[in-house]
Ligand binder design. Structure first.
Ligand code: UD1
Length: 355
């Protein structure tokens, strides 16, 4: 890509990268990149956590699993209307970037922290890389879909997890700075699998369910429909349901029934990996968990009417809850070889000119 700016950074070694994160899955994704940057040695990295996820179960104790992100600088921004939180995030991330003066900014996925980081970097003319670029559900009523499109079109470095993501961007006229690096969640899943393989009692056979999408939680009738579906499953088979705070609040406010469901506090990344080792099926509206189910070779039912992770559906490991049957089952090669972190580092090095 063309350098966005000339300045004292040009030619400087090591180059400085700022990763902006804020929500639970972003800790997992950024940890993969942090590890790869550190092993590579050509870069310094600072992680800025917006603070979007602030409950201990949602952030802090996750760090026990992910020591690499413990150095994050926490801006502690949460509370208030979503647009207001977003505005504060853009301002504070912008201030932090001005202080850190990085050579490039990396943002991850599709959350409001992703959008805030991207807008702050863009406003300051700092080169921007998007990890998980090019995913599309083609449902613009999801804020995550709108965030993805905006962030991709602001980025100079589009770090795509799958060939489909590359094609999606090409179709939107995004042609420069595209790299198929593989899926950082696959790298993370390999490491987690090694950790959980050597310890702890395996839980008994059960289904795992998670629900947190605004589309499913913010309308009480819709949430009741999802819970009713899961209660139906639980009549046949135990269902473990770790509850996201958004969902817990909505269940309490709507006085909805979770009867028969094994409701738990949110689980850490490694606890989820452990639950997956003996899960028979996953029910989820999470993007990440659809793939984690596949990585653990557990079939998934997606509690949405569309998914960005279309390969999981085409390969028969995932189906929408609106579809009765799985496609014929096969392995998926699209997520790379488990070295997405290193591929991202190489793309950064090529782009920023360290070699
Ligand atoms: C966010 C992302 C979603 C991602 C998810 C991962 C956006 C628009 N959505 O959704 O794409 O899949 O993270 O988990 O960014 N809350 C707490 N404590 C916390 C975090 C949240 O109580 O630690 C409550 C707050 O009331 C908050 C609500 O949950 O208003 C929703 O949280 P928010 O961060 O806005 O979005 P998520 O639903 O977590």
């Amino acid at each position: 890509m063309e350098p966005l700016r000339e300045g004292p950074q040009a030619g400087r070694e090591p180059l400085k990268i700022v990763s902006v994160i804020g929500t639970r899955p972003q800790y997992v994704k950024a940890a993969v990149v942090t590890r790869a940057l550190r092993n590579d040695g050509r870069f310094d990295e600072v992680t800025i956590d917006t603070g979007q996820h602030y409950d201990a179960e949602m952030s802090a104790f996750l760090l026990d699993d992910l020591p690499d992100v413990q150095r994050a600088r926490n801006l502690d921004i949460h509370g208030g209307a979503e647009h207001e939180v977003l505005g504060r995030m853009i301002g504070s991330v912008g201030d932090a970037l001005t202080e850190e003066n990085p050579d490039a900014v990396l943002v991850y996925g599709d959350t409001n922290s992703t959008l805030a980081g991207a807008l702050a970097a863009s406003t300051l003319d700092v080169p921007l890389g998007h990890v998980e670029a090019g995913l599309r559900s083609y449902n613009r009523s999801m804020r995550e879909e709108r965030n993805r499109v905006l962030v991709d079109h602001l980025s100079q470095l589009l770090l795509c997890p799958t060939p489909t993501a590359m094609e999606n961007l090409a179709r939107e006229g995004v042609e420069q700075g595209l790299h198929h690096v593989g899926d950082v969640m696959y790298d993370a899943a390999i490491a987690a699998h090694e950790q959980v393989a050597n310890g702890g009692d395996a839980p008994g056979a059960h289904a795992v369910a998670t629900v947190h999408r605004a589309e499913n939680t913010d309308d009480s009738a819709m949430l009741d429909k999802v819970l009713g579906y899961l209660r139906g499953v639980a009549a046949e088979h135990p269902v473990v349901l770790p509850l996201h705070p958004r969902t817990r609040k909505a269940i309490d406010a709507g006085r909805l029934s979770t009867e028969g469901l094994d409701v738990r506090e949110p689980v850490s990344y490694l606890e989820m990996a452990r639950l997956l080792t003996t899960a028979t099926v996953v029910y989820t509206d999470s993007g990440g968990l659809q793939k984690e189910a596949y990585f653990a070779r557990v079939p998934c039912v997606t509690l949405r009417n569309e998914t960005e992770w279309v390969e999981t559906v085409a390969a028969g490991w995932n189906r929408l809850w609106t579809v009765a049957e799985y496609e014929p089952r096969r392995e998926i090669s699209d997520y790379g070889d488990g070295h997405a972190g290193q591929a991202i580092v190489d793309a950064l090095a090529d782009t920023l000119g360290t070699r």
